[in-house]
Design a protein around this ligand. Structure first.
Ligand SMILES: *Cc1c(COP(=O)(O)O)cnc(C)c1O
Length: 508
């Protein structure tokens, strides 16, 4: 059946200020209620795949029902929230935090409401200039070297994720190197990381056209706390040079994803420099801790790095999404990613006034006005407020670590650098000792996470050792949540050990 054309085109007013006010109040009330009731939700849902698909219609509505917005909000509450993993729960200790604050959330609302597209200076002068100012504010707050700031001849920008930052840095390094050695040698380029480097680096290398077998993952060891060894890096680079290949790029990490290992940036830079290699430092999680001067030492030698990135959306009260990236030579970014298309209106007046066209720094043309959110967070909480926020989590992590150490059945497996504690249950000799340790701890994590009102933790498997990860960083987490979490771990461990002892005694 063919629908009859409409008599008269009725366009709804989709940007009505009064309606916006009404809906906006509903949304704010909704979110505030969600925060109030956060403790009522299990951290992660007990749903099975397809649970939502089965109850939703297969097609979008032709026409909105009565009070469509209100009834959709009701569905968010009744259908969606019960099927969510609640990252803002004070009992969420898995992965790394997805940092939230009221100012971060409202910053997102402002960004969406104002909705500008600051790809060139002219496309939104205030947005571009605010980004340039705020990225320097943040860099100074994190104690980054001058060389990475606009104030020191470098500069930075706000992107969505670390993956984007690494890719932008890598293609800049690639093009710079190929300009030197000839574009036909792309197949000779080799990139370096450790076996602890985040997968986003390998992904970026693939996208950038680096051969899959030219990504060297230098092995790390428990004895070095899984940090990348400069000696091993030097050996890997020298072997490649000897084989006629061209070392291009090193991705070092401050705070690896699995265990927050810290690669020795200064020494690695010295090795890289002797081979003309671009050094990027990925501090996606731990970068936030750099607001505290007591962490300045973890970036010793940072003056020599070519680029650096961290995610304020992980631990610095900036709601999703925001990755901050700084580079020493913005011209390398522009050479690799810049466009000179006529249809992108440029403003001649901007030329030579020290402002940038951010479209030439990143993958995308359309960009979000993320600087507004970071500016609000920095203004409303201040650098001291951010330090207090980080330190409160550090204190709780220290307390959790202390409780683990105080129970002889457990051990802390890797040195705690920030607010992540990696620990495991020791497997008693009579239950198989080291041979059964991984299996035992897998079971422990499963049971800890199965407790409905319990904590939610994740795991790492490093150097053959399976361990539990307790990452403290949810804004709503208080000491009592950490104490409760530890009690659940202890109780589950006692139950598992008891059961296993019975089984082993029956088996003789
Ligand atoms: C989380 C994390 C990433 C990935 O960050 P995205 O912003 O999701 O791309 C990369 N590196 C490290 C060390 C991380 O912890």
């Amino acid at each position: 059946m063919v629908d009859a054309p409409q008599q008269k085109l009725q366009c709804p007013n989709v940007l009505d200020a009064e309606e916006f006010r009404r809906q906006g109040h509903q949304v704010i009330d909704f979110i505030a209620d969600y925060y109030d009731r956060m403790s009522d939700y299990p951290v992660h849902p007990s749903v099975t795949p397809g649970f939502l698909r089965d109850v939703l219609p297969t097609d979008a509505p032709r026409r909105p029902g009565p009070d469509a917005f209100g009834s959709a909000l009701q569905d968010v509450r009744d259908l969606l929230l019960p099927g969510m993993t609640h990252w803002q729960s004070p009992r969420h200790f898995a992965h790394f935090p997805a940092s939230s604050s009221t100012v971060g959330a409202l910053g997102e609302a402002l960004i969406a409401g104002i909705n500008v597209v600051p790809f060139t200076w002219a496309a939104s002068p205030a947005a571009t200039e605010l980004e340039m100012v705020v990225v320097d504010w943040l860099g100074k707050a994190l104690h980054l070297p001058e060389s990475l700031l606009f104030a020191g001849g470098g500069g930075g920008t706000f992107l969505g994720t670390t993956c984007e930052a690494i890719l932008c840095a890598l293609v800049s390094a690639r093009d710079q190197k190929l300009a030197e050695i000839g574009g036909n040698r792309i197949g000779d380029l080799v990139v370096y990381c450790s076996d602890q480097t985040h997968f986003s680096f390998r992904k970026a290398a693939r996208i950038a056209g680096i051969q899959r077998d030219h990504c060297r993952e230098v092995q790390t060891y428990h004895g070095d706390m899984f940090a990348l060894s400069p000696t091993e890096l030097q050996a890997a680079m020298q072997a490649d040079v000897d084989a006629g290949l061209v070392p291009l790029f090193l991705c070092a990490t401050v705070g690896t994803t699995q265990t927050t290992a810290v690669d020795p940036v200064g020494e690695l830079c010295a090795v890289a420099a002797s081979h003309g290699v671009w050094v990027h430092v990925d501090a996606a999680y731990a970068g936030s801790a750099l607001v505290c001067p007591e962490f300045r030492h973890v970036i010793d030698g940072m003056e020599s790095v070519d680029s650096f990135s961290m995610n304020p959306h992980k631990w610095l009260l900036a709601n999703n999404d925001c990755c901050a990236m700084w580079v020493k030579k913005p011209c390398a970014l522009v050479a690799a990613l810049g466009t000179e298309q006529e249809y992108i209106l440029k403003d001649a007046a901007a030329e030579g006034h020290g402002v940038v066209d951010y479209k030439d720094w990143t993958i995308t043309l359309t960009r979000r006005f993320r600087a507004l959110k970071i500016w609000l967070v920095l203004r409303c909480y201040g650098v001291d407020g951010l330090r207090d926020h980080i330190r409160s989590h550090l204190r709780m992590a220290e307390a959790f670590e202390g409780m683990v150490r105080a129970d002889a059945r457990f051990e802390v497996v890797t040195e705690r650098h920030f607010a992540l504690v990696c620990f495991r249950l020791r497997s008693p000799e009579k239950l198989g000792g080291e041979k059964t340790a991984n299996q035992l701890n897998r079971r422990l994590l499963e049971e800890v996470n199965a407790a409905t009102s319990g904590p939610y933790m994740s795991s790492a498997n490093v150097g053959g050792i399976y361990m539990l990860r307790c990452a403290i960083g949810s804004t709503l987490t208080e000491e009592r949540h950490v104490n409760d979490a530890w009690k659940v771990v202890q109780d589950r461990a006692s139950a598992i050990l008891r059961k296993m002892e019975i089984i082993y005694s029956v088996l003789g």
